[in-house]
Ligand binder design. Structure first.
Ligand code: SF4
Ligand code: MG
Length: 283
């Protein structure tokens, strides 16, 4: 059986010391090992940004895709081979900026994959510009007088558009993050885990301490019902979204089964196989 070491690579991450993305990487490695997955059963598709480098450091099949295009790439992987465990990963700028259209459509289709967003409320790779999740008033290189924009409410967007699993994690709590990744990967359907992953170099506001002071952990609340959609939206409104745990989940049909049907999927696979053989014959 694969261990956490099997999900590691020899590449040394170039993330800044203390970056929240380290915790995301190690939690994901542990979650996959704990679930008994083998590296060859997993595909990690990443977008562009500091967070996008995660595919280079994760010991499975990987695809470092284009800016904002991790989800359509991951969707293609899943539709081509439903036996794979498909994970897409990226940052808030990547996923909720240029990739926002793909995000909403993957959610409403209930594509059977896990989407991990390393949300640091800033663009880190390009050295500190306003991102879609930066708070109103946030000062950055591109908003020296403070942001005049409302932050994108990504998890609310996922819930109202029919997401079947929505959770939030924090890089300061690796244990909870690992457990949430495991639950998200086990879930059948689109599973979003928005991770508060501090950028220690360029975001001096939303720090580890800032999150620790504010975070509400719903997993510790016995009276919280994650199947109550209105309750989840109410909680997000009341906490300003600074909340961790499983916020919402529901069971509903996954895209590749409802849209294509299991027998037709098998036919598509055979057709692809034949084409491959034809191509070989021509070589
Ligand atoms: Fe992490 Fe920020 Fe450094 Fe990028 S710039 S590696 S997000 S700390
Ligand atoms: Mg970011």
């Amino acid at each position: 059986m694969a261990t956490i070491k099997d999900f590691r690579t020899n590449n040394r991450p170039t993330w800044c010391p203390g970056c929240g993305d380290y915790a995301v990487l190690s939690s994901l490695q542990k979650a996959c090992a704990d679930l008994g997955l083998a590296p060859e059963e997993v595909v990690l598709v990443s977008g562009i940004g500091c967070s996008g480098k995660i595919a280079q450091h994760f010991g499975s099949y990987g695809f470092h895709s284009l800016h904002g295009r991790a989800l359509p790439t991951a969707t293609g992987v899943k539709l081509a081979n439903q036996d794979l465990t498909v994970i897409a990963a990226g940052g808030d700028g990547d996923g909720y900026g240029i990739g926002m259209g793909h995000f909403v459509h993957a959610v409403r289709r209930n594509i059977d994959l896990t989407y991990i967003v390393m949300d640091n409320h800033i663009y880190g790779l390009t050295t500190g510009q306003l991102s879609p999740t930066s708070e109103r008033g946030f000062k950055s290189k591109t908003s020296p007088k403070g942001s005049a924009e409302e932050p994108v409410k990504a998890v609310e967007t996922a819930i109202v558009n029919g997401a079947s699993f929505v959770a939030q994690a924090f890089s300061g709590d690796v244990k909870q993050m690992t457990r949430l990744f495991e639950e998200a990967i086990r879930h059948r359907g689109f599973a979003l885990v928005n991770c508060f992953s501090p950028c220690v170099t360029f975001n001096k506001v939303n720090t580890y301490d800032w999150f620790k002071e504010k975070l509400v952990n719903v997993d510790e609340r016995e009276d919280y019902d994650p199947t109550d959609r209105e309750g989840a939206l109410r909680l997000l409104h009341e906490t300003g979204g600074v909340v961790t745990g499983v916020l919402y989940k529901q069971e509903r049909p996954v895209f590749h089964e409802e849209m294509i049907g299991a027998s037709e999927v098998a036919t598509v696979k055979v057709d692809l196989q034949l084409k491959e053989e034809d191509t070989q014959a021509l070589l």
